[in-house]
Design a protein around this ligand. Structure first.
Ligand SMILES: [Zn+2]
Length: 135
């Protein structure tokens, strides 16, 4: 609506008192689900927190190179209409996870993981938490 906002401007708007310490949402816990929304392109992804660690407030939108911002684990607003409903009702397509090893990561990713950051990946289609066959 206001054209192009820089990452710094978005952060200033979301966090007028400064970013939360250590880049961690105060309420962040394993199993929580969050939505990242790209206002420019109307793209969004739903992400599950599969391990404990820190997640970013902003992600690069993989579909249009704009910035996706986090809803900070709040309910997507009704003002988004149908899109908001889809955000609320769909299953997560992505997850934040802690890799078992930092082998194969580039240097930035390695430092990120070492500092407690989680990595983002797509959840394989049909994948579920446990493959245990109950009975
Ligand atoms: Zn986008």
């Amino acid at each position: 609506m206001t054209g192009h906002e820089t990452k710094a401007q978005i952060e200033a708007r979301l966090f007028p008192d400064g970013l939360p310490p250590e880049g961690r949402w105060p309420t962040e816990r394993t199993g929580m689900v969050n939505v990242y929304f790209c206002e420019e392109g109307r793209h969004w992804i739903k992400v599950r927190l599969s391990d404990s660690g820190t997640t970013p407030f902003l992600l690069g939108c993989r579909q249009c190179d704009q910035v996706m911002r986090s809803f900070a684990y709040t309910r997507p607003p009704d003002s988004l209409g149908v899109m908001g409903r889809q955000m609320r009702e769909s299953d997560p397509t992505h997850e934040f996870y802690r890799p078992d090893t930092t082998e194969g990561l580039d240097q930035l990713e390695r430092e990120h993981v070492r500092d407690g950051g989680l990595l983002l990946r797509e959840i394989p289609a049909g994948g579920s938490e446990s493959d245990g066959q109950g009975s």
